[in-house]
Design a protein. Structure first.
Length: 80
């Protein structure tokens, strides 16, 4: 009886212990987690995910808002 060769599989993307593999959407995804405790009874946990393209988009949006605010301030200070 002949043995069938085993199929090679690609390595699965790495995930944090709390993140299911189905939640991974981009190979260059960056994640951050922040945990804070305030005394015995209050705690806070925040997580964020972003991609490099998302960071570039945020930078373009912030610069366009700042440019438009500068134009509005310049126009409001002009005397007629």
């Amino acid at each position: 009886m002949a043995r069938t060769p085993s199929k090679t599989t690609e390595p699965e993307p790495e995930a944090d212990a709390g993140t299911p593999l189905s939640a991974l959407t981009h190979p260059e995804e960056m994640r951050a987690t922040f945990d804070a405790e305030f005394g015995k009874f209050a705690s806070m946990r925040a997580t964020a995910r972003c991609t490099p393209a998302g960071l570039v988009t945020v930078g373009v949006m912030v610069s366009s808002v700042l440019l438009s605010v500068a134009a509005i301030i310049w126009a409001s200070r002009r005397r007629p």
